[in-house]
Ligand binder design. Structure first.
Ligand code: NAP
Length: 258
C-alpha cells in the first residue's frame, strides 16, 4: 500500500511499540490519529512526530469501554477526513494461572486484545472500504503457539489472527487488506513487567519491529513473523503439531495464585 498521505488510526500509541509505529508511519507520510487511555503520553508521542514533519490528532479512549468505541471512530473520521489504515496495536498481557478464581483479568484481556479490535474494525469498515483500506493486527507468537500462564492472552491473540484472516478473505474483493504481525519479544514496558520475560530470547527493539511493519505494508504482505527464520520455523512446526509446542513450553507447573 501507499503510505504517503494515508489516514491512519493507531491504538496503543501512548508507549512501547505504538509510539515507535507512530514515528515510522509519520516518517512514511501517514496522517495519524493516536489513541490510548493516557492523554499525556499520547501528547508526548504526538510531540515526538513534529521533528519528523509529522503531526497527529490525540484521541484518548479506553478500549475496555465498548460504548466509547463508536465515538472514537467518529472522532478519527472527523479529524482525518476518513480512515484508510487501522492499526490494532493496543494490548494487555497479564500472566496468571488459568484457574485463578477472579475472572477479571481474563475478561480484560479478551476485551482489549480481541473484542475491542473486532468492534473498531466493524465500525471503521464503511470508511476502510471506501478507497481500499488496510487493517493491521499486532499479534504475538502466542497466537501461533499458545503459552501456559498466558492462556487468555494467547486465546485473544489467536482469535484476532483468525478474525483477520477471515476478514481479508471476506472483503479482499472489495479492496480490504489485512496484515497479521506475529511479534516476538520486544523491549517495551509490557515485556519488562512480565514475570515470564526472563525465559525469553533477546528482545527486538520497537523501532526495528515498527520498520518491519511499515515495510510489510509497502509490500502488501499478509503476515510477518518476527524473531528470525529459526523462530518462525519453530512456531509454525509447533502450530502444526501441538506436541512440539508442549515440549517448547514444558517447565514449571501452574503459576501460584496471587
Ligand atoms: N512487548 C512484547 O514483547 C510483545 C510481544 C508480542 C506482542 N506484543 C504486542 O504488541 C502490542 C503493543 O505492546 P507493547 O509491548 O508496546 O506494550 P505496552 O508498552 O504495555 O503498551 C500497551 C499499549 O496498549 C494501550 N492499552 C492497554 N490497555 C488499553 C485500554 N484499556 N484502552 C486503550 N489502550 C490500552 C496502552 O495505552 P494506555 O496505557 O495509555 O491505555 C499502551 O499504549 C500489544 O498488542 C502486545 O500484545 C508485545
Amino acid at each position: 500500500m501507499k503510505l504517503q498521505g494515508c489516514r491512519a488510526l493507531l491504538t496503543g500509541a501512548s508507549g512501547g511499540i505504538g509510539s515507535a509505529l507512530a514515528r515510522a508511519l509519520a516518517q512514511a507520510g501517514a496522517q495519524l490519529a493516536l489513541t490510548g487511555r493516557r492523554a499525556d503520553a499520547l501528547a508526548e508521542t504526538a510531540a515526538g512526530l513534529q521533528p519528523l514533519g509529522g503531526c497527529a490528532h490525540v484521541l484518548p479512549a479506553d478500549l475496555e469501554q465498548g460504548d466509547a468505541l463508536p465515538g472514537l471512530v467518529d472522532r478519527a473520521v472527523h479529524a482525518l477526513g476518513g480512515i484508510d489504515l487501522l492499526v490494532h496495536n493496543a494490548g494487555l498481557a497479564e500472566a496468571g494461572a488459568a484457574d485463578a478464581p477472579d475472572p477479571t483479568t481474563v475478561d480484560r484481556q479478551i476485551a482489549v486484545n480481541l473484542l475491542a479490535p473486532m468492534a473498531l474494525t466493524r465500525l471503521a469498515l464503511p470508511h476502510l472500504l471506501r478507497e481500499g483500506g488496510t487493517v493491521v493486527h499486532i499479534l504475538s507468537g502466542a497466537a501461533l503457539v499458545p503459552v501456559p500462564r498466558l492462556a487468555a492472552y494467547s486465546a485473544a491473540k489467536a482469535g484476532l489472527a483468525a478474525w483477520g484472516d477471515a476478514l481479508h478473505r471476506e472483503f479482499a474483493a472489495r479492496g480490504l487488506h489485512v496484515l497479521n504481525v506475529y511479534a516476538g519479544p520486544t523491549d517495551t514496558p509490557m515485556l519488562r513487567r512480565s514475570p515470564l520475560a526472563v525465559a525469553m530470547a533477546t528482545p527486538e527493539s520497537p523501532e526495528v519491529l515498527a520498520a518491519a511493519v511499515v515495510q510489510a505494508l509497502r509490500d502488501n504482505r499478509r503476515s510477518i513473523v518476527r524473531g528470525g527464520p529459526q523462530r518462525e520455523a519453530q512456531l509454525r512446526a509447533a502450530r502444526d503439531d501441538p506436541t512440539v509446542g508442549d515440549a517448547l513450553h514444558a517447565g514449571p507447573g501452574p503459576m501460584p495464585r496471587r
